[in-house]
Write a protein that binds this ligand. Sequence first.
Ligand code: NAI
Length: 479
Amino acid sequence: TRNGIEFAVADLEAAEFGRKEIRLAEHEMPGLMALRREYAEVYPLRGARVSGSLHMTVQTAVLIETLVALGAEVRWASCNIFSTQDHAAAAVVVGPHGTTEEPKGVPVFAWKGESLEEYWWCTEKMLTWDGEGPNMILDDGGDATMLVHKGTEFEKAGVVPSPDEDTSDEFRVFLQLLSASVAADTGKWTKIGEGIRGVTEETTTGVLRLYQLAAAGELLFPAINVNDAVTKSKFDNRYGIRHSLIDGINRGTDVLIGGKVAVVCGYGDVGKGAAESLRGQGARVIVTEIDPICALQAVMDGYQVKKLENVLGEADIIITTTGNKDVVLIEHMARMKHQAILGNIGHFDNELDMAGLQRYPGIRRINIKPQVDEWVFPDGKSIIVLSEGRLLNLGNATGHPSFVMSNSFSNQVIAQIELFTKHEEYDKEVFRLPKKLDEKVAKIHLDALGGELTKLTKDQAEYIDVDVEGPFKTDHYRY
Ligand code: NAI
């Protein structure tokens, strides 16, 4: 705690560098800056206590300071152990008007390279306010939401289930944290859950968890699915990945991508961006898919579609983008080429069988540098694994660039305002933002890029049955 602000970051002295990058990022985030201007005198988030769990990057710093500009109090943690940019975290604590001696910003609990214990400690800190708890969650991947839900569930039951053999390390540590808190019998999580007006969720994986909770009737508060705003998933997941995937591979390995064979597992929004990114460098890209529609899209886009087991002998780079588990198993890894690169860009590390790799008899791990490991098999063959199987664009590089995140985060801010100010109008279900707002976010960013939009005549609008001012598409239109 310094100047009344609690925080845990790597190095507060890095704040000045962080502030310079935040200043440059602000210019590249026209959506967030437009929202600051639009609500300058209104403070729609006054009274909001936002607990945020989202990669603590420079772009996220601009998001956090936008929430503050709109009146919110904020506490923050990263949603991944490797994704924090330490200078951004420091700058957010110091704030635009503070100094390292007298910080005036926001409590942040995040640093690059947390252990799992530290990760969950940070997440708990971010949700633990002095006095009243948070009344809003801003989540990416659903860990903060899960903590509140599981905490409430276990407090009701009075026990925390013991981990079994299949429990991942991540979840084991999570259960330990809850065991201590449930044993203390303070009803902490139940109270936090009751105080929350809503959650806005950033990514595909977190949204899936929310729909599962809603279907089971277990959702404790309303949720807005930000991911499925068109200006989020069709831009961040795709064009963001197109930028940041090769950034991660390059910073991690510096291997020439041109001429290599790259396998992309999954051809959803992230997979499409990943394949394009690698092809743009001159790689020959092969796609694996389970869904015939996405597989056919990949073929039509000019990629080969194959089963993973049939291309292991030629793959120089394998990237998972599925949001599913057990996609690259240890038996696949053992058959990969010498010094082939393996990385995941989906939300969780369970896309790769990292546990199987660690347990492989005679395996040896050589750490090359942070977030780059060479795993040497007993026969001398090795593979290079990026970010220990966690999302490599944020682990090995700095994630998506500002402009694309401005689209995503504009939707986040709009969703926060919506749920905070109108929570009584929402049931405990998962909602999406109206298309009109999606179009508004697109318009701001189109203008910033100098795009010229054609205006419908009244006659034309009637002919295609839309309003001259939009929305221009039906809800089932797929873009
Ligand atoms: P999506 O649902 O559009 O795409 C996933 C694709 O993987 C689907 O087409 C599905 O059919 C396919 N798939 C599922 N299981 C498979 C298997 N066993 N083998 C091959 N293909 C399989 O989801 P989206 O939006 O592309 O997101 C994917 C993941 O990336 C999610 O975990 C999401 O949270 C994460 N994400 C990560 C970002 C980052 O910056 N690293 C940014 C945005 C999303």
